[in-house]
Design a protein around this ligand. Sequence first.
Ligand code: ATP
Length: 311
Amino acid sequence: MILARAVEVSRHYQAVRALDRVSMEIHAGELVGLLGPNGAGKSTLINLLTGLRRPTAGRVELCGGDPRDPASRRHLGVTPQETGLPPTLRVREVVDFVAAHYPDPIRRDELLDRFGLADLGKRQTGGLSGGQKRRLAVALAFVGRPRVVLLDEPTTGLDVQARRTLWDGIRSFHAEGGAVLLSSHYLEEIEELARRVVVLGGGRVLADDTVAAIRGMVGVRRVSLTAGELPPLPGVVGVTHVDGRTHLLTADSDAVVRALVTGGVGFSDLEVRPTSLEEAFLALTGDGGPARVPGQPVEAGPEPVVTGADG
Ligand SMILES: Nc1ncnc2c1ncn2[C@@H]1O[C@H](COP(=O)(O)OP(=O)(O)OP(=O)(O)O)[C@@H](O)[C@H]1O
């Protein structure tokens, strides 16, 4: 069963094309990562799926209906990128206030316990640390026993311990059959939680597949060398120049080295090494910035380089 879906969705903000014909869906019980750099369109997509904004073109669905219809949102939990909490209310009062909106809310103590907030129930939210506020804001998404939860960069500003606590809370919801879409800048974070990842860059879906498949597809290595101008080389997905050295990101380092040698390129200090996940992600997303709407000054977005079976 599909709980949230975008079909050929575009969203423009004046000259900026924040999303460009994006299609993706979240099935019941699925935990999906939404990965992309700043400005990739992650928040825009989440805002469309939660009904906070309308698409410029295309269609969004939530629980089989229009996300702007309250009936569709009854089974939705959401934490936006920034949340305001009433500073004079105590943590447990905030939870109770939100719980009062739902027919069968989760028990307050159980919720606070799941998100590592058990000791903070009596504290006013204004006196919480940034990380504690963030954990509370995320926990609130789960109060109404939703079927699908959309979390926009839930772990921003959290230290390692707080992040792990939050992940555990998300995992336990998922283990009970809940569906989650969670945006992040970090493959490592997505990898901790999700098997499937949708990669956004420049407002487009660059990949939609398992984390393992994307790692495999990218399989990027870094070939570094000191050389003059290089001819076109096979399979190179990114080139950077740092301190007089050239770094080539490629899925086939053997082919690149062969081409360098057979092409008679003069080079020295050749080094080939695997890339980190972060570098692989950058290779996938390019600069990841927003595309421009036709008729406005053009700034090319990256081409989609990977499309998965669901893409
Ligand atoms: N209300 C708005 N008005 C104008 N432009 C906007 C608005 N909201 C988003 N944008 C632009 O749309 C593009 C996509 O933004 P969005 O916030 O969806 O990206 P993101 O992937 O969530 O980024 P981040 O990781 O930085 O939160 C950006 O270029 C952004 O500046």
